[in-house]
Design a protein around this ligand. Structure first.
Ligand SMILES: CCCC(=O)SCCNC(=O)CCNC(=O)[C@H](O)C(C)(C)COP(=O)(O)OP(=O)(O)OC[C@H]1O[C@@H](n2cnc3c(N)ncnc32)[C@H](O)[C@@H]1OP(=O)(O)O
Ligand SMILES: Nc1ncnc2c1ncn2[C@@H]1O[C@H](COP(=O)(O)OP(=O)(O)OP(=O)(O)O)[C@@H](O)[C@H]1O
Ligand SMILES: O=C(O)CCC(=O)C(=O)O
Ligand SMILES: [Fe+2]
Ligand SMILES: [Mg+2]
Length: 334
């Protein structure tokens, strides 16, 4: 069911999309952009935070990398909070503690080395503080506007690959997992908790892919196995040109939910750590994904929610409304 307001929004967005290429082509310098035609941007808002070059870069590539945004002291605190959870010193409602599929059935791996990813840490104050950092929200607001919800939280602890290549994350669009729109008012902040490079499986992105539409996703047919819910874009062409985002501790990338991205395998002995949050404008609205390409992930999520909470009446939208937390402004819609 699509509301009339949503229909109107779609028309507006399509219109902007159509005019986008021409408008951009008519500029000769980035400076003239911010001063005369701020309304011509589709993916960024006029906030005085992003330089004209940064705005153009996000419009064009679908991501922007900000160096040294989170302090080493803060990252150390997140690391400690993560360790406490792995040692089971704290028990948290709603938190998902995920092991790598290649060790999930092993009895011998304990603590931090067993954990590939924490998901939904909105009730862990020592981790959720990441989502409220003013220097992060300052950038987020350039994409969402002033009413900001933290919708999805993760701490990824990519393990040394066991030899089955299961430490890879297939190329995907995060929007596949989301039951809210519009996509252009959603953004991910992903912060490296240590140096990330090709060897330990940094993020890999396809610049400009955010201009495409949401693609069909499914489990890739990987011989060594694939982690639960790690869907990848179907018919991914591994020869497509891509960019490896090598980052230092504290560097943060902001990216659009349609940007195709993934991460390679971790060929080092260390656990590659990153912390991230997906934000959405609180003015976004929920959608019903029935009959769309997202039905497969929606069914998996509802199935897990049933097993986790013992209720089968939760809709895919409900699972998002329960996890979302207001971090700035007013909770207007989501
Ligand atoms: C922008 C968003 C992008 C994304 O969200 S991408 C990834 C999304 N991932 C998720 O949402 C996390 C999904 N994972 C989970 O919910 C849990 O880790 C999962 C799979 C339910 C396991 O929970 P546990 O509490 O560990 O349960 P358990 O130890 O009793 O295991 C239950 C059965 O699941 C299996 N399992 C555990 N970890 C797995 C994994 N990583 N991949 C595939 N299967 C896995 C485990 O072997 C067990 O199987 P069985 O029932 O014994 O046959
Ligand atoms: N068939 C596929 N379907 C979806 N995603 C894939 C597929 N093959 C590779 N990828 C993804 O492409 C990205 C790059 O993978 P790859 O393992 O080659 O890492 P890499 O960083 O390029 O490492 P290397 O230096 O070994 O090439 C990762 O996100 C990976 O999971
Ligand atoms: O940190 C990574 O490897 C990427 C994780 C990711 O893209 C995701 O979970 O959606
Ligand atoms: Fe992702
Ligand atoms: Mg490769």
């Amino acid at each position: 069911m699509m509301s009339r307001a949503a229909d109107r929004l779609k028309v507006v967005l399509n219109h902007l999309d159509g005019s986008h290429g021409n408008v951009r082509a008519s500029f000769t310098s980035a400076q003239s952009v911010s001063h005369h035609h701020p309304q011509s941007f589709r993916y960024t808002l006029d906030t005085d935070i992003l330089t004209p070059e940064q705005r153009l870069s996000y419009e064009e590539n679908g991501f922007i990398l900000i160096r040294n945004l989170v302090s080493a002291e803060d990252i150390e605190k997140f690391r400690k909070a993560f360790e406490q959870i792995c040692k089971r010193e704290v028990k948290v409602p709603g938190l998902v503690v995920m092991k790598d599929v290649s060790i999930a059935k092993s009895e011998f791996v304990e603590g931090e080395k067993a954990v590939t990813k924490l998901q939904d840490f909105q009730e862990v104050p020592g981790l959720f503080r990441y989502c409220t950092l003013p220097q992060i929200l300052k950038y987020v607001e350039c994409f969402t506007g002033p009413n900001i919800m933290a919708m999805h939280t993760m701490l990824i602890n990519k393990p040394p690959d066991t030899g089955k290549r299961t430490s890879r994350h297939p190329m995907h669009q995060d929007l596949h997992y989301f039951a809210f729109r519009p996509a252009d008012h959603i953004v991910c902040a992903w912060t490296a908790m240590e140096k990330v490079h090709r060897q330990n499986g940094c993020l890999v992105v396809l610049p400009g892919s955010h201009k495409g539409s949401l693609q069909e996703h499914d489990y890739p047919e990987w011989e060594g196995g694939i982690n639960k819910m790690y869907h990848g874009v179907r018919n991914y062409d591994p020869n497509h040109s891509r960019v490896h985002l090598e980052m230092e501790k504290g560097d943060t990338v902001f990216f659009h939910p349609l940007l195709i991205h993934g991460s390679g395998m971790n060929q080092t002995e260390g656990f590659r750590k990153a912390i991230s949050c997906h934000y959405a404008s609180a003015d976004c609205y929920y959608i019903d994904v029935k009959g769309t390409t997202q039905e497969n992930i929606s069914d998996e999520v509802k199935d897990l929610a049933f097993r986790k909470y013992g209720v089968d009446s939760l809709s895919f939208q409900d699972t998002w409304a329960l996890r979302g937390r207001l971090v700035r402004g007013e909770r207007t819609s989501l």
